[in-house]
Design a protein. Structure first.
Length: 136
């Protein structure tokens, strides 16, 4: 995701909001853990979750890179891919992303927010309506 930045000239410069590997990692972990979706399933929670998850995953990746001795032998993969090959690193990233989701879910500022999409009862009413309409 990018946002324009005003400059003195007529051109707009677009800056990335998040480096893609970090966003991809957060999205992958979110897809692997359905509980995260339940914890951050409102618009403001989701925005806060992504903001802090990207930051914390970036920091953790930096720490892991600093601690690891990565060889240049695997030139066809990035240092992030090399780190993620290790299950213990993937687990550490998953724990970090899950912790962010739990902290956002526990924040009282978001207590009154409804879910991002319809609840299960609304989905079932829609399914019943659709079955009824298609039966005609």
């Amino acid at each position: 995701m990018t946002y324009p930045v005003s400059m003195a000239g007529p051109e707009d410069v677009w800056l990335p909001l998040v480096d893609e590997p970090v966003g991809d990692i957060v999205a992958q972990i979110q897809a692997e853990d359905p509980e995260i979706e339940r914890l951050v399933g409102s618009p403001h929670r989701l925005l806060a979750f992504r903001t802090f998850a990207y930051i914390r995953v970036g920091i953790l990746l930096g720490e892991l890179l600093f601690e690891q001795d990565l060889s240049a032998a695997a030139a066809d993969e990035t240092w992030i891919e090399a780190l993620l090959r290790e299950p213990k690193h993937h687990e550490a990233l998953h724990r970090e992303v899950r912790a962010v989701a739990e902290e956002i879910a526990a924040d009282p500022k978001y207590a009154d927010e409804g879910p991002l999409g319809p609840d299960e009862a609304a989905r079932e009413r829609f399914r019943a309506f659709a079955r009824e309409q298609l039966a005609d």
